[in-house]
Each structure stands twice: as structure tokens, then as C-alpha cells.
Design a binder for this molecule. Structure first.
Ligand SMILES: Cc1ncc(C[n+]2csc(CCOP(=O)(O)OP(=O)(O)O)c2C)c(N)n1
Ligand code: SF4
Ligand SMILES: [Mg+2]
Length: 320
């Protein structure tokens, strides 16, 4: 069951979308002020005290405030999981969708409203287990949106099962003697699948999270961020080795790393935990949004005066 959320303030009418150009940053309305963190915060997050997801949410609010966004420019989508509760806590448009199916849902929004920048949030189970197939295909299609996977190396909502990112030996309700399955490497997976922006961050470094979210939002294509987000209830201390406050090391991507070099990005992703943090890979490639807009433009020039749905209808009629 999906839950659609809409802001309680009045929204301006939606324009005919298919003709709208792909933008890298949503335009800001001249006569309306951007939302403050307080205005965009909805409901009281129902996460456990100390859960890493709180800081990801706070930084999303900060991004909205910094970019002076208004309600109808904000679209927050998620699947199912603790992390996927995210859209409930954002006072704007969004949907808490089916487990693992956030990306296809978000793809529909992105393709029909290229003027928006869709944000998708979710967990490691949602992204790489049940949603693994959708993840690969959204990467390769280069659909413009930002996908933030709040990776806690466990299924949190369902109370501690092994996830695709759980390390070998992890004891859970599904692996009482310790996990024997080799974990996936989200960064390698995203690069290999064709994502055009691939970055890694951690909830314990707020400035870095914001920096990665901004860079992802400004990327014209599918941007993926793996954000380590600790589950204090079922995997406490999982990421201590990456947190200098817990005696760990926060190692940024080397300054001389060439983000356009796929092989170099893949090599960075192979560094053992805690690994590197920052942008691993970035490549400018035409998006599906831009390609579809081109097709629509071509048709529209042939049938001036018709609306999108009338063009579609004509096509269907021809196929009969
Ligand atoms: C089709 C379907 N299968 C299984 C579930 C049960 N389920 C809900 S959330 C979840 C995994 C959550 O793990 P993750 O995506 O890592 O999110 P977290 O809770 O750790 O943030 C599972 C298996 C479901 N809701 N729907
Ligand atoms: S169970 Fe874990 S992931 Fe879920 S809210 Fe609690 S700390 Fe966060
Ligand atoms: Mg998880």
C-alpha cells in the first residue's frame, strides 16, 4: 500500500510537463521565499533515539533551505524500511511506496516532470535485495534523480535480518551462526551498472553529507550516494572504524583522483572498510529524460496544437 503525502499549504498549478526542459537545479520562484528547515519538517520522526537516519533527514532539510526550494519543487520517494519512512517526515510532496519499488515509481515522476529533481531515500535491503533489479536498470537508463541509500548493513525495520551489505560472520535472525554470504559492494555495483554519479558518505560527517547531496542534485543524470547510517538498535558500532570520534578514520577521495576514470573509481571502491568518502565517479551522458524530450519535441513539431495525451492517443489509434 502506498501512502502519498502532500503539503498542507496551497500549491501553484502544475504546468504541461512533457515540454519542460531538463534543469540541473529547480528554478526558484521570484515571488515566493524558499522553505525553512522548520517549515519543511513534518511529524516527529519515529526512529530509535540515536539512529543515523536522523542526521540524513536533517541534512535534507538543510539542502532544501539552502537551495531555497518551495513545496512543489520537492518530491521525496521511498520504498519500505526504517530509512524508507523518510517521506513521512518531509512536509512536501512524496510517497512511501512498495518495498524495493521506489526507483520505478520515482522514474515515472522524473520522466513526466523533468522540471523537478526527485530524491529517493531507502535502505540497503530495499535497494540491493528486493530492489536490486530496479537499481541496475535505473542506473543504466540514466534517469535524472538522486538516490540516497542509507546503508546500515542490516534489515532494521524487520528487526535484524542479514542484508546484502552485512559483512561475513554477521550474526542475525537469519544467520544465527554468522553470515556466510559475501556482501555486495554498493559502489562497485553502481559504477558497473552505469550510474553517472557515484558518491559515498557517512551520517557522522554532516558537512560531507550535505556536500554530496548538493553535488548529486546538480548532476544531470542518475546520481547515487551510499550513506552509512548506523542502526543503533541492531548493528551498534558497525561504522566506528570510519568515525574519528570513535577512534576511526574518515579518509576522503584523494585530490588527484580523476572522477571521469571508471577504472580508477572501481579501484577506489575496492579499498577495504572504512574505505574512501567523496565522489568516486562522474560522467556526463545524455539522460533518458533528455532523449525522451527530444522524441516528444519531434512529434510535437509534426502535430502542432495537440496536447501530449492527444499525441499518445493518435499513436495508439495507429497501432490498432
Ligand atoms: C514485498 C515485501 N517483502 C518483505 C517485506 C518486509 N520488509 C519490510 S522492510 C524490509 C527490509 C528493510 O531493510 P532495509 O531496506 O535495509 O531498511 P532499514 O529498515 O534497515 O532502514 C523487509 C524485508 C515487505 N514489506 N514487503
Ligand atoms: S531499528 Fe535501527 S534503523 Fe530502525 S529506527 Fe531503530 S536504529 Fe534506526
Ligand atoms: Mg538496512
Amino acid at each position: 500500500m502506498s501512502i502519498l503525502t502532500t503539503p498542507t499549504t496551497t500549491a501553484t498549478p502544475v504546468t504541461d510537463s512533457a515540454t519542460a526542459a531538463t534543469t540541473t537545479t529547480p528554478p526558484v520562484s521570484a515571488e515566493r521565499k524558499g522553505l525553512t528547515k522548520k517549515e519543511v519538517a513534518a511529524d516527529h520522526p519515529t526512529w530509535c533515539p540515536g539512529c543515523g537516519d536522523f542526521s540524513v533527514l536533517a541534512l535534507y532539510f538543510k539542502l532544501i533551505e539552502k537551495r531555497k526550494m518551495i513545496h512543489e519543487q520537492i518530491t521525496t520517494i521511498a520504498g519500505i524500511g526504517c530509512s524508507s519512512r523518510f517521506p513521512y517526515f518531509v512536509q512536501a510532496h512524496g510517497a512511501h511506496f512498495i518495498h524495493g519499488r521506489a526507483l520505478p515509481f520515482a522514474s515515472g515522476i522524473s520522466l513526466s516532470r523533468p522540471d523537478l529533481h526527485v530524491f529517493v531515500f531507502g535502505g540497503d535491503g530495499d535497494a540491493f535485495s528486493i530492489g536490486g533489479n530496479h537499481f541496475s536498470h535505473t542506473c543504466r537508463k540514466n534517469i535524472k534523480m538522486t538516490y540516497v541509500v542509507m546503508d546500515n548493513w542490516v534489515y532494521g525495520l524487520t528487526k535484524k535480518q542479514t542484508s546484502p551489505t552485512s559483512p561475513l560472520g554477521f550474526k542475525s535472525k537469519t544467520d544465527q551462526w554468522g553470515s556466510v554470504d559475501y556482501p555486495i559492494n554498493p559502489m562497485k555495483q553502481a559504477i558497473a551498472a552505469g550510474a553517472t554519479f557515484v558518491a559515498r558518505t557517512t551520517h557522522t560527517n554532516p558537512n560531507h553529507v550535505l556536500q554530496m547531496m548538493e553535488a548529486a542534485m546538480d548532476h544531470d543524470g542518475f546520481s547515487f550516494i551510499e550513506c552509512l547510517s548506523e542502526c543503533v538498535e541492531f548493528y551498534e558500532g558497525a561504522f566506528d572504524a570510519s568515525n574519528p570520534r570513535k577512534g576511526g578514520v574518515f579518509k576522503e577521495v584523494p585530490k588527484d583522483h580523476d572522477v571521469a576514470n571508471e577504472g580508477a573509481a572501481y579501484a577506489l571502491a575496492g579499498d577495504p572498510f572504512p574505505g574512501y568518502f567523496g565522489v568516486f565517479y562522474k560522467n556526463a551522458k545524455p539522460t533518458k529524460n533528455a532523449k525522451e524530450a527530444e522524441i516528444i519535441k519531434g512529434y510535437q513539431s509534426k502535430v502542432t496544437g495537440l496536447k501530449d495525451w492527444q499525441i499518445l492517443q493518435k499513436n495508439f489509434d495507429r497501432m490498432k
